[in-house]
Design a protein. Structure first.
Lengths: 324, 396
């Protein structure tokens, strides 16, 4: 076991898969010679050559479209979009092409790829280096949506994603890139897609979160305990496919739910989880389901610490449902 | 060998051939082999085996008759939609004839002749028009959105030019694996305004991929004429900006198309990188079965191009070589018509896809959510018996 940052764990996962499978190729802006603007791909071009770690022209639609052709022709591309905020030029290629190729060709063509992209706020990045766009992609049939919250999961989920036969969007919580460290096995291991994890068991209130909100919720749970609420914190890990069972079992046990996301409130993935609970477990609820989210505003710069859910805001929401 | 815009770039303009003569709508800069009397320039005439010449001719006629049948089926209300390629048979056939079976093709939705030349089954293509259980795509797309993985004919999309960059990716994979396969992609003049046209040519130029870009300049994107589409006089000139050779050819001269493509194919195969081919023609039919081109088209221009039918021009050439005659023409037509009639009969009889086909192929394995939705639908079907089809006719 080595202690790695989340960023280091992702690099380790890429290294593992590139060594194991020569079909795995990386492409993106600045990822080759420069090793990526966050250094996630540091040294990989030197190790595997320019054919497998490619610096591409500055064009996101091109990065994804290129990966489509390569995937269709038997490669396992792992394209990087430098910041999730810049993914929108590639939205057509992702939503109209990547997601639909298996379906529209009757299974004749497939498009396995992992689109890696750093997302989320808390790094003073303003509108265009902070957003959380998971809902756009979770709303698109044909894509899988994976968001790790810690180094162990980051490596294991990335390896699973690269080995998956379907396209995966892999959101990397960039706020945690260097701030989050953890034990990561040096060998090959996987974390199964579609399995949530209870990161802290509890009996009073279920807190559901993913990515960078998971450690926030863990801190909130610590705040809540002396205030009289023993919280269970669930890390969803993969939004698509969603592990409904783990969520519903916890809800049936606690009867009280807070769902936390960084993204704006309206039509966010938290709403989907709330709807699932309403459809499948309403008779177990002791209080309304509460969402703690970003606001329905563009992501701010100076006041981002006010905009983003923090442990205190989550704890207040827990208090609200606990004392309903 | 046709010269590309690296060597020359003449401006294109509508020209008058002197006083009292009819206005020509043919650009002066186009690479041509057949002259206005359909006689080949002996200095440029490509050496093509007799069998290939006849296969090309057959494909052009087959494409024309397939398109006619597709339109007829739509007009008779038997299929919902059709996209014909009338007038573009030479471009499709002349390019497809230069490819090897291991090469990749990323087509647009107006290339039935490329599918036919590759050997796609007509029954299977008709099943796609009905979107029935015999359709490779299981009725999941509109008609003419074919997909034949075994023939390396990539699944057709409706969004314009998305395939252009994908072809670059496929050919990059070939280049990395050193397999010598090319990728060829098609789009229209309208497609050259799209992001992914720029994207594809940018990447191909920078990465020197074995890709051939074929722009079928049929002068209209639905109703929008070329001069409203771009300020460029020649679409082939766009190649300059991407660092690759570009050539403009008479798209109704199958020998010129073939020669330009052969040159591009050789360049790509030998590691010389990508080429842009602008094949100039006029779309002789509607954009689709839902479109009425008489609302917007320039009738004089239409009449001009009508006199330059690529099939007639090629047939004249073959006749001059003693390879073709009226008797053979007649026999070919009845053979193809019979083939089409039989295929229609087979395809039309097939049942629609099963309701469970809604849920397969979204992912390699159905998710828990899809399994539940499928079970709910089957339960609903049991309760209500049938689903009434209340769709309106496609308006576009």
């Amino acid at each position: 076991m080595a202690t790695l940052t989340l960023l280091g764990a992702i690099r380790d996962g890429l290294l593992n898969e590139m060594t194991r499978d020569e079909r795995v190729v990386l492409m993106g802006e600045d990822i080759g010679f420069n090793g990526g603007v966050f250094r996630t791909t540091e040294g990989l071009q030197k190790e595997f050559g320019e054919d497998r770690v490619m610096d591409t022209p500055l064009n996101e639609s091109g990065i994804i479209g290129l990966a489509v052709g390569m995937a269709v022709n038997g490669m396992r591309p792992v394209p990087e979009i430098q910041f999730m905020d810049f993914i929108f030029p590639a939205f057509d290629e992702i939503v109209s092409e990547v997601a639909k190729i298996r379906y529209r060709s009757g299974g004749g063509f497939t498009c396995p790829m992992v689109i890696r992209t750093p997302y989320g706020g808390g790094i003073k990045g303003g509108h265009y280096h902070s957003q959380s766009g998971e809902a756009y992609f979770a709303h698109t049939p044909g894509l899988k949506v994976v968001i790790p919250s810690n180094p162990y999961d980051a490596k294991g989920l990335l390896i699973s994603s690269i080995r998956d036969e379907d396209p995966v969007i892999f959101f990397e919580p960039k706020r945690l890139y260097r701030s989050m460290k953890g034990e990561v096995p040096e060998d090959d291991y996987t974390v199964e897609l579609g399995k949530a994890q209870i990161v802290k068991p509890g009996k009073d209130v279920t807190i559901i979160a993913w990515g960078a909100m998971v450690p926030i919720c863990q801190k909130a749970a610590e705040l809540c305990l002396p205030r009289g609420a023993d919280c269970e914190v669930i890390d969803v890990r993969t939004l698509v496919p969603l592990d409904e069972e783990t969520i519903l079992e916890s809800v049936k046990k606690t009867g009280r739910v807070v769902i936390v996301q960084e993204a704006p409130k309206t039509c966010g993935f938290a709403s989907e989880v709330a709807a699932l609970i309403a459809e499948e477990a309403i008779l177990y609820l002791e209080a309304p389901v509460v969402r703690v989210t970003g606001f329905d505003t563009p992501f701010p710069y100076t006041l981002e610490h006010v905009y983003m859910p923090d442990p205190e805001r989550v704890a207040l929401a827990v208090g609200k449902v606990k004392n309903f | 060998m046709p010269s590309t815009n690296k060597e020359k770039s003449k401006t294109a303009k509508k020209t008058s051939n002197g006083s009292g003569k009819k206005t020509s709508y043919l650009r002066e800069d186009l690479y041509r082999i057949l002259n206005d009397k359909n006689v080949a320039d002996p200095k440029k005439e490509p050496k093509i085996d007799k069998e290939i010449l006849l296969a090309m001719y057959r494909n052009m006629v087959r494409t024309r008759l397939y398109d006619e049948r597709g339109m007829m089926l739509q007009r008779q209300g038997r299929i919902g939609f059709y996209v014909p390629s009338f007038g573009q048979e030479a471009i499709q056939t002349g390019t497809a004839a230069c490819l090897k079976k291991e090469d990749w093709i990323f087509p647009s939705y107006r290339e039935p002749g490329v599918f036919l030349y590759r050997g796609a089954s007509i029954v299977s293509m008709f099943c796609n028009l009905w979107g029935n259980s015999g359709d490779v795509c299981k009725g999941r797309q509109m008609p003419v959105h074919y997909s034949f993985a075994d023939l390396k004919l990539f699944s057709v999309s409706s969004p314009i030019a998305t395939q252009v960059i994908q072809a670059v990716g496929a050919s990059l994979a070939s280049k990395i694996r050193k397999t010598k396969e090319l990728a060829v992609t098609y789009c229209g003049d309208g497609g050259t305004s799209e992001t992914d046209f720029h994207t594809g040519l940018t990447f191909a130029g920078a990465m020197k991929t074995p890709t051939v870009f074929i722009v079928t300049n049929n002068q209209y994107a639905i109703s929008v004429p070329l001069h409203k589409q771009t300020g460029a006089k020649r679409l082939a000139d766009k190649a300059i900006g991407y660092g690759m050779p570009g050539i403009a050819v008479d798209g109704n001269d199958v020998l010129a198309v073939y020669s330009a493509m052969k040159d591009a194919e050789k360049r790509a195969r030998e590691g010389g990188g990508p080429t842009l081919i602008e094949a100039v023609t006029l779309r002789m039919g509607p954009h689709s079965s839902s479109d009425d081109p008489t609302r917007y088209r320039d009738e004089k221009m239409y009449d001009f191009w009508k006199g330059r039918d690529p099939i007639v021009r090629f047939s004249d050439y073959l006749k001059s070589k003693k390879l073709w005659d009226d008797k053979k023409e007649k026999a070919l037509h009845s053979e193809i018509k019979e083939e089409l009639a039989e295929a229609v009969e087979k395809a039309e009889k097939m049942a629609i896809p099963d309701v469970t086909d809604l849920f397969s192929d979204v992912y390699a394995e159905k998710t828990q959510q899809l399994l539940r939705q499928e079970a709910e639908l089957l339960k609903e079907q049991e309760l209500r018996g049938k689903f009434e089809n209340t769709s309106e006719a496609f308006p576009l």
